[in-house]
Structure formats: structure tokens, C-alpha cells
Design a protein around this ligand. Structure first.
Ligand SMILES: C[S@@+](CC[C@H](N)C(=O)[O-])C[C@H]1O[C@@H](n2cnc3c(N)ncnc32)[C@H](O)[C@@H]1O
Length: 309
């Protein structure tokens, strides 16, 4: 089954996104990131970070669209409960009230928990002008050339490499010419497959399922995709990768409510990993962490010629 591994991984998830960041910027909590100046922030909820990485480029997109345009469609692929899209729509509407913007969250949401949160938020007056579409990010329910802006945060790494290609093909199909895509994902430091392998082990402990069918976009993969995009439908603006997102055992335990047995198993993976691949780990605040980076890329669709195979 295409998504069986993903389903069981997600089923083990108990935490609510709205809790992210509440507990401070300790590496034992999920989502803590560090920028090059040493500033720590929650990668999922930090307002300044969302503003800088998503809202500002999207505002710039709307500043240069045809003045005749009265409506626009913004889509979040793997958008979960719609928190990010909602935040962005609120940010950008201050400056562009003339264009009516509709948002769509696309998510498979196998456990339905994201839809429950989405509806709850709508009932409290949030998520205005946003709809939820249960769909696969590799089969988008949109017409060709119909979407102004696509965002996707921490989702493409849930796909295997073939599906990642389909993901980018779908983006290139549905985006309008001139449209903007902002894709944020986890990237490794080692420019190889070692982080993927370590995460494979970690995922199998967390989910109890050893069938790992997903792939991080390593820096090399992204560079190759970037090459593919050259002269094709996309003009890639390969974004920064200077934000680190260290994963600690406690962080995984926090996110996935792990019991002591699973934590001990992770401890073995981390300690063996440190011995075998010391470049993949680092100790921060006395806590052993698996190193990872956030990679953010912006893509602008410049033509209909789709050379991504
Ligand atoms: C780590 S969460 C990120 C959520 C959100 N983008 C954010 O940054 O807060 C990944 C999301 O992608 C969704 N997802 C994973 N694979 C998917 C697929 N093939 N099609 C649609 N949604 C998918 C999951 O259900 C989950 O909500």
C-alpha cells in the first residue's frame, strides 16, 4: 500500500500542532530551530519566521500581478490544520485587500485529526476563506494553470523519490505562469544518504513499521532537481539552508508520545550513530542531537514547457 508506512507513522502521532512552541525553545521539545545568529525559534509557529519565509515573498508576488485580477487561489500542500495558510492569509491581506484570496489546504489526513482541528478553528472564526481538500499531493484537485501560490512545509520528505517527482510535476501543472511555489523541507548536512538511513531506523522504532518509503531531499537531490528545473517550467530560486533543526530523543518523545522502551531504543541508535557517523550528530546544551537543516526553496513558474520527467 502506497501510504501504509505513512499512515502508521501518523497514527503514532498524538501531539496537537497548536501546542508547538508553547514550552519554550528547549531542544527537548519538537520544532526548535536555530538560525546562524544563534536565535532559537519554533520552526512551526514563529511569527517572524513565517513572515520572512512565506508572507513577504507572497506579498511581493501580489504586488506584481495584473491589476485586473480580482481573485486568487493559494494552496497549502500537506497543510494539516491550516494554521500556516491562515497565518499567511492574515499577514498578506493587510496590504492586498483588493484581490479576493481563497485558500485550500490539501492533506490526506488519514486520521481525520487535522480536519477536526480545522473545523474547530473555523467555528472560532479562524480559517476564513479556507477550504480543506482531502487529496494526495501527487494528484491535485485543481485545473491546469489555476493556482497563484503554492506553499508546502515539511511534507515533500514524506514521499519517496518517484512521488517527489510527481509532486513537483503537479505543482508545475496547476500553477499559473508567473505563479510562486515555496517549498520548505528537512535537508541533511552530509550531502549523502546517511541522515535518511538514520531517520529510517528512527521511524521504524517510532512507528513499529520497518517499511520506510520516504526520502529526505538531500542537498544533492535538491541541486539535481534544481538542474532539472533549469530551462523547464520553473525558475528555481534555491533558497537558504542555514537554519538548523536538531532532533533530540526527547524531541521525538515529545512529538510522538514515546514510552521508555522506544526512548531506550532511540538512545542506542543515537549513541551508535555518534560512533559510526559523528558528522551527523552534535551536542547542544548537553543534549545529543541528530543534525538536520531546513531547506527553503522558492520556485517561479515561467512557462508551460514541462521538462520534469
Ligand atoms: C509534518 S506535517 C506538516 C504539516 C504542515 N505543512 C506544517 O508545516 O505545519 C506533514 C503533513 O503532510 C501530510 N501528508 C503527507 N503525505 C501526504 C500526501 N501524500 N498527500 C497529502 N498529504 C500528505 C500529512 O498528513 C501531514 O499533515
Amino acid at each position: 500500500m502506497e501510504n501504509s508506512n505513512y499512515n502508521s507513522y501518523e497514527k503514532s502521532t498524538k501531539k496537537d500542532y497548536s501546542e508547538f512552541g508553547k514550552e519554550g525553545l528547549d531542544l527537548r521539545h519538537w520544532g526548535t530551530a536555530i538560525d546562524i545568529s544563534g536565535r532559537r525559534f519554533n520552526a512551526y509557529t514563529d511569527k517572524k519566521y513565517i513572515q520572512q519565509e512565506f508572507s513577504e515573498p507572497i506579498k511581493r508576488y501580489f504586488e506584481q500581478i495584473n491589476i485586473e485580477q480580482k481573485e486568487a487561489l493559494l494552496v497549502d500542500l500537506g497543510g494539516a490544520d491550516g494554521f500556516l495558510l491562515n497565518t499567511i492569509l492574515q499577514n498578506i491581506d493587510e496590504k492586498n485587500p483588493d484581490v479576493k484570496k481563497t485558500g485550500v489546504v490539501v492533506d490526506l489526513d488519514p486520521t481525520e485529526k487535522e480536519r477536526v482541528r480545522f473545523k474547530k478553528a473555523q467555528e472560532s472564526g479562524e480559517r476564513k476563506n479556507i477550504n480543506f481538500a482531502v487529496a494526495n499531493v501527487t494528484e491535485l484537485p485543481f485545473e491546469d494553470n489555476s493556482v497563484d501560490v503554492i506553499i508546502s512545509r515539511m511534507t515533500v520528505q514524506y514521499l519517496n523519490q518517484n512521488k517527489q517527482r510527481e509532486f513537483f510535476q503537479e505543482i508545475s501543472r496547476v500553477l499559473k505562469i508567473g505563479g510562486l511555489a515555496i517549498i520548505m523541507t528537512v535537508d541533511d548536512f552530509s550531502e549523502g544518504e546517511k541522515l535518511n538511513k538514520t531517520l529510517e531506523e528512527i521511524t521504524s522504532i517510532i512507528s513499529g513499521n520497518s517499511n520506510f518509503d520516504r526520502s529526505l531531499l538531500t542537498y544533492n537531490t535538491i541541486k539535481l532537481l534544481g538542474k532539472d528545473f533549469e530551462g523547464s517550467a520553473f525558475k528555481p530560486i534555491l533558497g537558504h539552508r542555514n537554519i538548523s533543526m536538531p532532533f533530540s530523543i526527547e524531541g521525538f518523545a515529545d512529538r510522538f508520545n514515546l514510552d521508555e522502551d522506544k526512548k531506550q531504543k532511540l538512545d542506542i541508535v543515537f549513541k551508535n550513530g555518534l560512533k559510526l557517523n559523528p558528522e551527523l550528530f552534535e551536542i547542544i546544551d548537553g543534549i545529543l542531537c541528530l543534525k538536520a537543516k531546513i531547506h527553503n526553496m522558492q520556485l517561479k513558474k515561467i512557462s508551460d514547457s514541462n521538462k520534469i520527467e
